[in-house]
Design a binder for this molecule. Structure first.
Ligand code: PEP
Ligand code: MN
Length: 340
């Protein structure tokens, strides 16, 4: 359930409400929005006891309304009038709200030179964050699976040298400390979207998390996964839509723009779109990025200095000049659209 406070509710009003929640033995998280405070309550009952609580708490001073949530997730849910959560990365970049965040870089970190060259190119084109995989989950176990710790070391060097926050995927809980030490944001990829123990362990670090949807996840499944992260008291969560598997093979994965719109209504979390892993084809990346600019909070794009030699996902990688053109087109749309 959500308890939406009046815009002028005082700290004492909020204290009285949280005291009552504690008294009945439930957990809660306070979300201080820009205009009003919301309290997300994790009630442990669904029956009459909960409805009795809803009615009672609405009579408390400063409470606008109590909203019982029937969905299986609670913490990611957007309440009426709630603004999008802003996620700050390295105190340099804010994802959500008025900003449109462009994240770019190689799918996989292959060498220090390749990473640095790509970073320089994406930064000068207008990217504000760098992506780069050190641990690559691959279907074919014989293919390149990333440089591991060496890749993280290069990523950290690039972060410092180019002053860009970095995103990198975590695939195994044993690497959490190493990733936390070397990168700005944990990326949870499609293959681990339902690895709930990994989600919880990553959330415990309190570092920002980019959570991608699984290849066969519904919106509800996705938001239930998000709940695992938020329920560990880590509010620094960004959702990333990368498409799902459908019968249509014209694209690698189907990214439904309607799902982006639906998520906007359902969750207060910032939403970014991955036009690279969704389409799987370099020619389709820019048009999808432009579409995302009308509705999402950002994009994450694969860029490679020579896609024909890429060790991972070459067909979907943009060359630096093509990426620069993407940014020009996206920025025209961003300037025209207000991101609420
Ligand atoms: C990636 O972004 O490098 C990646 C592997 O993406 P996904 O998990 O969406 O397939
Ligand atoms: Mn990839």
């Amino acid at each position: 359930m959500f308890i939406q406070m009046q815009p002028d509710a005082t700290a004492e009003d909020i204290d009285r409400v949280t005291e009552e929640i504690r008294r009945v033995g439930w957990d809660y998280i306070i979300n201080p929005g820009e205009e009003l405070t919301c309290i997300a309550v994790k009630s442990r009952t669904t029956g009459p006891e909960k409805m009795e609580f809803v009615e009672r708490i609405q009579a408390y001073r400063g409470v606008a309304r109590a909203i019982p949530i029937t969905t299986p997730y609670k913490l990611p849910a957007r309440t009426v009038g709630q603004t999008t959560t802003l996620v700050s990365i390295d105190n340099k970049v804010v994802v959500g709200g008025e900003c449109f965040t462009i994240i770019a870089g190689p799918c996989a970190i292959e060498t220090r030179e390749q990473l640095f060259e790509t970073t320089e190119a994406v930064k000068s084109a207008g990217a504000v964050c760098l992506r780069g995989g050190a641990f690559k989950p691959r279907k074919d176990c014989g293919s390149f699976r990333g440089l591991g710790i060496d890749g993280l070391v290069y990523l950290k060097e690039a972060r410092e040298k180019f002053d860009l926050p970095t995103f990198t995927e975590i695939v195994d809980a044993k690497d959490i400390d190493a990733v936390a030490d070397h990168a700005s944001v944990f990326q949870i990829g499609m293959r681990n979207a339902r690895n709930y123990t990994l989600l919880e362990a990553v959330a415990e670090t309190k570092k920002p998390v980019l959570y991608k949807n699984g290849e066969a996840m519904t919106v509800e499944d996705f938001l239930c996964g998000a709940e695992y992260i938020l329920s560990k008291g880590n509010p620094n969560l960004i959702l990333c839509l990368r498409g799902t598997v459908t019968f249509d093979r014209a694209v690698r994965n189907s990214l439904d723009i309607g799902i982006v719109a639906a998520l906007r209504q359902l969750t207060h979390l910032p939403i970014i779109v991955d036009p690279s892993h969704s389409t799987g084809k370099a020619d389709l990346v820019t048009p999808v990025a432009v579409a995302a600019a009308t509705i999402a909070d950002g994009i994450i794009v694969d860029v490679h200095t020579d896609p024909t030699k890429a060790l991972c996902d070459g067909p979907q990688a943009l060359t630096p000049p093509r990426f620069a053109e993407l940014v020009r087109q996206v920025q025209r749309v961003v300037n025209a659209v207000h991101h609420a």
